[in-house]
Design a protein around this ligand. Structure first.
Ligand SMILES: [Zn+2]
Length: 288
């Protein structure tokens, strides 16, 4: 009896906290409409999914701290554009009645640094013969374990147009965050051991196919008029980069992704869309 009372009290307290967080970080209507207009790949989402996304954004904004670099002054518009795109991968990852749990996927860091454009970073690497090389790399996003996460505002802002190239820097970096949540960047987010084995087997097979297709296109594609692969060639770098690149296409170019990568589609649906059906069922139940 006391346990039942305690559980129901806890549940009421949690719901009150959830409602308070959403209210405290509520997104202005006009700002929300502007974000949706700027990101046409969200048009395929139902009204209920978009309402859920808006709730998640409030949690996100309440749990992250934004800093502008190189003179960039952060406004609500900057933070909300990042939040909307960052919350797409976790839209259906938690139970329908626990939007607060979805954000635990991103609780390994707090700071997000926005640069106006891409950043040049010094790099050193060792080749197969043990010789150390140095140079610079142009970055539009980067995340380190424990944070902060860096993004180029130029690419965050242009995400609507860049979706035609299956490119989304925010989704890319937040997929890395999910991947690294168990401490390793290996292309597999935390999951039970048996599922992990199946995940890595399926992803590895697609990765090898993609490397072959990408190499063939680089060599002969332009000559033979073959179609360019949908996924960014950067995905050939490693399995964890392939995961991030494939997830970008999954979220912003779903129809083409489904045609070209049906195995990955069902693999990703099983992970990212766990509660999608329930959410839509609750929508039809509400309407009936
Ligand atoms: Zn990456």
């Amino acid at each position: 009896m006391i346990i039942a009372w305690w559980q129901s009290w806890q549940e009421r307290r949690r719901k009150a906290r959830t409602a308070a967080t959403i209210q405290r970080h509520a997104i202005d209507d006009q700002l929300w409409r502007n974000c949706l207009t700027a990101l046409p790949f969200l048009e395929q989402r139902s009204a209920l999914e978009l309402a859920r996304l808006r709730e998640l954004c409030s949690f996100f904004l309440g749990s992250k701290e934004f800093t502008g670099a190189q003179g960039l002054e952060i406004t609500d518009a900057h933070a909300t554009m990042v939040a909307v795109q960052a919350c797409v991968p976790i839209l259906h990852i938690a139970p329908v009645d626990r939007p607060d749990l979805a954000l635990t996927w991103y609780d390994s860091f707090v700071g997000i640094v926005l640069h106006p454009g891409e950043v040049r970073a010094r790099r050193e690497w060792v080749d197969e013969d043990g010789i150390v090389h140095s140079g610079s790399e142009r970055l539009t996003g980067e995340v380190m374990e424990g944070g902060p996460l860096m993004l180029a505002w130029s690419d965050v802002q242009a995400a609507g147009e860049l979706a035609s190239q299956a490119y989304n820097v925010v989704i890319h970096e937040f997929i890395h965050v999910m991947d690294m949540r168990d401490g390793q960047a290996d292309g597999c987010p935390p999951m039970p051991r048996d599922k992990r084995r199946l995940w890595l087997t399926a992803l590895q097979a697609e990765y090898l196919r993609f490397k072959e297709a990408s190499d063939a296109w680089q060599r002969f594609g332009r000559i033979t008029g073959q179609a360019e692969p949908l996924l960014d060639p950067y995905g050939t770098e490693s399995l964890d980069e392939f995961f991030a690149v494939a997830a970008e296409a999954y979220f912003v170019q779903r129809t083409r992704f489904a045609q070209l990568h049906p195995e990955l589609l069902s693999l990703f649906d099983g992970f990212f869309s766990k509660s999608a059906e329930k959410l839509n069922q609750s929508s039809s139940a509400d309407q009936s």
